[in-house]
Design a protein around this ligand. Structure first.
Ligand code: SAM
Ligand code: DTB
Ligand code: SF4
Length: 329
C-alpha cells in the first residue's frame, strides 16, 4: 500500500523499484500533488525558487549523436560551430546574470568529453564566474580521472551530466556513448567533491515506464544528485527527435511530483521547455515540488521564458531566493 504521509518519504532512499515508483506516479493526481507538496514543505521553504542562468561557452560541432540536440554535427539544425569563449566575455555575461537575479551560472560546451588541453581554459572561466559571486556549474561531456578535481580547485560547485532517459530507451536516443559512460562520469564528479546536477528529458517519444525508469536510476545514485533538472524537449528542426510526440502537460506534472517524492532533499529544476508551458502548468509544477528554474532569454541555443518570468514570479508570489533546506533535517 502506498503511504500518503509525507513523513514516510523524507529520508532519501536508494532502493526504489519501478513498481514502487509507478505506484506513487499513478496516485490520483490530487493525492500525488498533495503528497509531493507535503514532502517539499518539510524539506524546503515553499515559494523559494532557485534561479540559474545558462551560457553556451562553446557551441555546435559536437561529434555525439544525441537525437534531441541542436549542437550535434550529425544533424542539420543550422547551429554554427564556434570556438570556446574568452574569459572577458564570459565574465561580462556572468555579471549580467547576477544583476538579473541568478544565483548560479551554468556553462555548457558542445564536447563529447573534456580534453586535457582545454582544462586550464575552463578553469579560468570557472574562477572568473566565481569571482563575480555566483555559484558555478559546467557541463562539458565526459570526464576522465583527475579532471573533476582540477575543476573543483578552480572553484567549481556543480557538474551537470544527465542520464536523459531510462536505460532501456537510451539506445533509441544516443548511440555514441553508453549509459554506463554517463554513470562513470557522475562517479568521478562525486568522488572529487563536486555537487552533482543530473536529470533528463521528457518528450523524446518515451513511454511512461521510461519516465519512471529514469527517476528510479536517478534515485539509485547515492547520495541523490543535489540538483535534478527535468527538461521538456525543446524540439529543434533538423534533429531526429524534432517530431517526437509532446509529453502531456499533466504527465509532465506527475513526473515532477514523483521526482520530488523520490528525491526529497534534491533541488528539482523545471528546466528546458518552460516557454511552451502555460503559467498554470508551471504553477502546478512548483506546487508539485519544483524549486528551481533557468532564467534569461536563452537556454544554450533554444529560447527561454525570458521577460515572462517577472510576471510569473509576481503571479505566484514566489521569492527569488535560493531553494533552502530547513535547518532541522
Ligand atoms: N555536451 C554536454 C553533454 O551532453 O553532456 C553538455 C551539453 S548538453 C546540451 C546538456 C543537456 O541538455 C543534455 O544532456 C540534455 O539533457 C539537455 N538538452 C539538450 N538539448 C535539449 C533539448 N533540445 N531539449 C531539452 N533538453 C535538451
Ligand atoms: C539541463 O538539464 N538542461 C540545460 C542544462 N542542463 C545544460 C540545457 C537545456 C538545453 C536546451 C536546448 C538548447 O538550448 O539547445
Ligand atoms: Fe553533444 Fe551534449 Fe548535444 Fe549530445 S547533448 S550532441 S554531447 S552537445
Amino acid at each position: 500500500m502506498t503511504s500518503l504521509d509525507p513523513q514516510h518519504y523524507l529520508t532519501p532512499r536508494h532502493d526504489w523499484t519501478p513498481a514502487d515508483a509507478e505506484a506513487v506516479h499513478d496516485l490520483p493526481l490530487s493525492e500525488l500533488i498533495f503528497l509531493a507538496a507535503g514532502v517539499h514543505r518539510a524539506r524546503f521553504t515553499p515559494g523559494e525558487i532557485e534561479k540559474a542562468q545558462l551560457l553556451s561557452i562553446k557551441t555546435g560541432g559536437c561529434p555525439e549523436d544525441c537525437g534531441y540536440c541542436s549542437q550535434s554535427a550529425q544533424h542539420e539544425s543550422g547551429v554554427k560551430a564556434s570556438k570556446l569563449m574568452a574569459v572577458d566575455a564570459v565574465r561580462a555575461a556572468a555579471r549580467q546574470a547576477k544583476q538579473n537575479g541568478a544565483q548560479r551560472f551554468c556553462m555548457g560546451a558542445a564536447w563529447r568529453d573534456l580534453k586535457d588541453r582545454d582544462v586550464e581554459k575552463v578553469c579560468d572561466l570557472i574562477s572568473a564566474v566565481k569571482d563575480e559571486g555566483l555559484e558555478t556549474c559546467v557541463t562539458l561531456g565526459m570526464l576522465k580521472d583527475g579532471q573533476a578535481e582540477r575543476l573543483k580547485d578552480a572553484g567549481l560547485d556543480f557538474y551537470n551530466h544527465n542520464l536523459d532517459t531510462s536505460r532501456e530507451f537510451y539506445g533509441e536516443v544516443i548511440r555514441t556513448r553508453t549509459y554506463q559512460d554517463r554513470l562513470d562520469t557522475l562517479d568521478r564528479v562525486r568522488k572529487a567533491g563536486v555537487s552533482v546536477c543530473c536529470g533528463g528529458i521528457l518528450g523524446l517519444g518515451e513511454e511512461k515506464s521510461d519516465r519512471i525508469g529514469l527517476l528510479v536510476e536517478l534515485s539509485h545514485i547515492s547520495p541523490h544528485p543535489e540538483s535534478v533538472p527535468v527538461n521538456r524537449l525543446a524540439p529543434i528542426a533538423g534533429t531526429p527527435l524534432s517530431g517526437a510526440p509532446a509529453v502531456d502537460d499533466l504527465d509532465f506534472v506527475r513526473a515532477i511530483a514523483t521526482a520530488r517524492i523520490m528525491m526529497p532533499a534534491s533541488v528539482v529544476r523545471l528546466s528546458a521547455g518552460r516557454e511552451s508551458m502555460s503559467e498554470v502548468m508551471q504553477a502546478m509544477c512548483f506546487l508539485a515540488g519544483a524549486n528551481s528554474i533557468f532564467i534569461g532569454e536563452k537556454l544554450l541555443t533554444a529560447p527561454n521564458a525570458g521577460d515572462a518570468d517577472a510576471a510569473l514570479m509576481s503571479a505566484l508570489g514566489a521569492e527569488a531566493a535560493p531553494a533552502r533546506k530547513p535547518a532541522h533535517v
